[in-house]
Ligand binder design. Structure first.
Ligand SMILES: *Cc1c(COP(=O)(O)O)cnc(C)c1O
Length: 381
């Protein structure tokens, strides 16, 4: 397998990010979206895949809208992408550089009264009209105005629009339980979203974009697509709820494949304690091999003694605890320099990020988005 290796003189592991898989997933998401616009969510460095490259692929393939979480991410990425398309920052903190965001024509979430004050001030200072999407809390209890707050602030928002400080482009919210196929909470949230929509329209404001559905809403509650949807996970081939359906069953392909080259092998007798705490002790003579990836690279320590990797089409169990920079597998016939696949390749026995996540009591989102900066990303077909 060493011959397949993409040479990197500095790092023994790599994440291969597939353009074809991403484009396929994007197309599938757009098919599901129907007449709704797709806002591609590329927060957290595109869930660990690299936001600049993923954002470029999305824009090159007809996506007009990108979303990130923090205003700082938006500013950095907006510059990196030469201000192509539209970009929404979902979160901003008091004191955030709104003036810079306005100059870069970043769409802002209007989620609290303090934000209206700061955004209006920045608009006055810069002479730019702020494009905002009002966030309403319909059931996450995380961000946005309650219905009562929205009602109270609506006259001020309407006045700010009249005098040209802001333009209300969107109204948005977020589902708490859209991964449940039939949830009364989702119906309630839609009801509150409709109330918010009425409040905004009663104030004489025409909103172009209504958006509430992320991947799970798009997949399992297609009646909530409104005029825009905000998928993230499915674009990367992650299922929002593998218990409902795997990404593959949903028609999505893994975009990230994680590989590493074995740094050493050793033959040990039965009874050998392996790695910190000797939580594993070999029961037979075993060839052990060391994989140069650890929890500092985002490989979860919870995978200790639980998950497997693939070498030459065979499963190799993880033996003992995951360390900061390496872990040990049982790998008959392995030699130093062999390449193992940790997740994301297609083929029998190859784990997906969602399957690895399950072994570690987490979700696929966390597996890919926490992959460390020490692991180089390669963009491949
Ligand atoms: C992360 C996020 C999304 C994307 O969610 P997925 O489940 O990855 O599709 C959409 N909207 C908001 C507000 C988010 O925080």
């Amino acid at each position: 397998m060493a011959s397949n290796r993409i040479a990197d003189p500095h790092f023994p592991s790599r994440a291969l990010i597939s353009r074809n898989a991403f484009i396929h997933n994007l197309q599938r998401a757009r098919d599901l979206a129907g007449n709704a616009e797709v806002m591609a969510v590329i927060k957290a460095d595109a869930y660990g895949h690299g936001a600049k490259q993923i954002g470029t692929w999305a824009l090159d393939h007809g996506v007009d809208w990108l979303a990130v979480a923090q205003l700082g991410e938006a500013i950095e990425l907006r510059k990196a992408l030469a201000q192509r398309g539209r970009m929404l920052a979902l979160i901003a903190e008091p004191g955030a550089p709104f003036w810079e965001a306005l100059q870069l024509e970043i769409d802002l979430s209007l989620s609290a009264a303090w934000a209206l004050d700061e955004i209006a001030l920045a608009a006055t200072d810069t002479g730019c009209t702020a494009r905002v999407h009002i966030e309403v809390d319909t059931g996450m209890a995380r961000g946005g105005f309650s219905i009562a707050q929205l009602r109270e602030l609506m006259p001020v928002i309407a006045a700010s629009e009249k005098n040209g400080l802001i333009e209300v482009v969107g109204l948005w919210s977020h589902f708490a339980r859209a991964d449940e196929l039939d949830s009364p909470v989702t119906r309630q949230q839609v009801g509150l979203f409709e109330t918010a929509r009425q409040i905004v329209s009663d104030a004489g404001i025409e909103v172009q974009y209504l958006h509430i559905a992320a991947s799970s809403g798009l997949l399992w509650h297609p009646d909530t697509r409104y005029s825009m949807v905000r998928p993230g996970a499915i674009l990367y081939g992650i299922s929002p709820e593998p218990a409902n359906a795997s990404a593959e069953e949903l028609g999505f392909r893994p975009v990230m494949r994680l590989e590493a080259d074995l740094v050493s092998v050793r033959d040990v007798p039965a009874g050998t304690g392996v790695s910190y705490g000797h939580t594993a002790i070999t029961t037979t003579p075993t060839r052990l091999a060391t994989v140069p990836l650890g929890y500092a690279d985002g490989f979860p320590r919870h995978a200790s003694n639980r998950a497997h990797v693939m070498r030459n089409g065979s499963k190799c169990e993880i033996v003992g605890r995951i360390c900061m920079d390496q872990f040990v597998i049982a790998a008959p016939d392995a030699v130093p320099g062999d390449t193992v696949t940790i997740f994301g390749a297609t083929g029998d026995g190859y784990p997906t990020a969602d399957e690895l996540a399950k072994c570690c009591d987490t979700i696929g989102y966390e597996i890919v988005s926490r992959l460390g900066t020490r692991v180089p990303r390669y963009y491949v077909e």
